[in-house]
Design a binder for this molecule. Structure first.
Ligand SMILES: [Zn+2]
Ligand SMILES: [Zn+2]
Length: 358
């Protein structure tokens, strides 16, 4: 006799997925598997698990079969373990607490690249929101569709930001940064000397999103291990369809995509998150409604891997700076505590932490 009831575990997972507002097909998979197993004698469930033939049953897939096998072995299924972090938590309250804990935003754009507004306007909107800092992370040169900044333009921007900072209210500052492209070989699309000068470096994949898993994983691991990289931006690159009305605007690339969806990139998430934990590279929780990146199932894996996070808006316009709430909701659904989120720190600590990498 097993110490656990695999059917109860499957149902528990389904319940917790529903509570976390996961896609209904995912929930259905666990309920269908529970139903299929409930129709069999207990001994057959055990013998099929031992023989590896659970997946021959209608309604049982690889993931659900693995849960059953773990459960029969008396272990808490890994899938369940990841979900249990939020059991009994008031999710609205947790999201609000996270949002309240945030002091800044580490991924924002201005009209120097593909944003719609000048740097000053973005900064003043951030002040209004109660932020203590924003990191200005315009795009790098090879992202020409987004008017990525050449090394020369970035140097000019650094001088410009210094001047703007002098004129901004006491207690608020713009931190310098970049959203640098992770190139095909995992190297970064900006001069080394400049990357070293910046306060915070967000590195993101914007090209070759359909690379096969081995290639994409290698690319990402190379970037994560790069000492200049502080934050891994929108790691899967996916675009989801169900964004609320009114979230697009001029200068918004997703808007120009015409609302088209894009599947997540294929990579070894466990290897990538283990590397992020090892190199202390924060995993971005991108708040944009059309991105919602990483998906919750990956966010839970990053949590379990021990990663730090940055809950960023990737704002391309002032009003979008208020989208952090969306990221906080997703983080709360995955049990991310404020002490794992780098932008709950004061600016000095963020800068110090980032300097510790490079
Ligand atoms: Zn990006
Ligand atoms: Zn961005």
């Amino acid at each position: 006799m097993s110490a656990r009831d695999p059917i109860a575990d499957l149902k528990r997972i389904a319940f917790l997925l529903e509570r976390a507002n996961e896609a209904s097909y995912r929930v259905r998979a666990f309920r269908s598997a529970a139903k299929a197993l409930a129709a069999l004698p207990t001994t057959e469930v055990a013998s099929r698990a031992a023989a590896g033939t659970l997946t021959d049953l209608n309604g049982v897939g690889d993931v659900t079969a693995r849960c059953v096998t773990e459960s029969l072995a008396g272990e808490e299924p890994v899938y369940l373990r990841r979900l249990l972090a939020t059991e009994g938590v008031d999710l609205d309250e947790a999201a609000t607490a996270l949002r309240t804990a945030l002091r800044g935003d580490c991924h924002t754009h201005s009209d120097w690249s593909d944003g719609g507004s000048p740097i000053e306007e973005m900064a003043l909107a951030a002040v209004e929101l109660g932020h203590e800092y924003v990191v200005l992370t315009d795009h790098s040169p090879r992202l020409t569709v987004a008017r990525g900044l050449t090394a020369d333009r970035l140097r000019k921007q650094l001088d410009y930001v210094a001047a703007v900072n002098d004129a901004l209210p006491e207690g608020f500052r713009i931190l310098t940064g970049i959203e640098v492209d992770i190139l095909a070989d995992g190297t970064l699309d900006q001069e080394e000397e400049l990357l070293a000068r910046l306060d915070v470096v967000v590195a993101s994949v914007h090209s070759g999103l359909r690379d096969d898993s081995a290639r994409m994983t290698k690319r990402m691991l190379t970037a994560i291990a790069n000492p200049h990289v502080d934050i891994l931006g929108h790691c899967t690159g996916r675009m989801v369809a169900n964004r609320p009305a009114g979230v697009t605007g001029p200068g918004d690339r997703a808007h120009r995509r015409g609302g088209k969806t894009r599947p997540p990139s294929d990579f070894d998430a466990d290897a990538v998150f283990a590397a992020c934990a090892e190199h202390d590279t924060a995993v971005e929780i991108n708040s944009r409604p059309e991105r919602q990146d990483p998906p919750k199932r990956l966010l839970r894996r990053a949590m379990e891997a021990g990663c730090r996070f940055a809950i960023n808006t990737d704002a391309h316009a002032p009003g979008q700076l208020d989208w952090q709430r969306f990221g906080c909701e997703r983080a709360a659904l995955c049990g991310v505590p404020a002490d794992r989120v780098i932008n709950s720190w004061p600016a000095e600590r963020v800068v110090e932490w980032a300097q510790g990498h490079a």
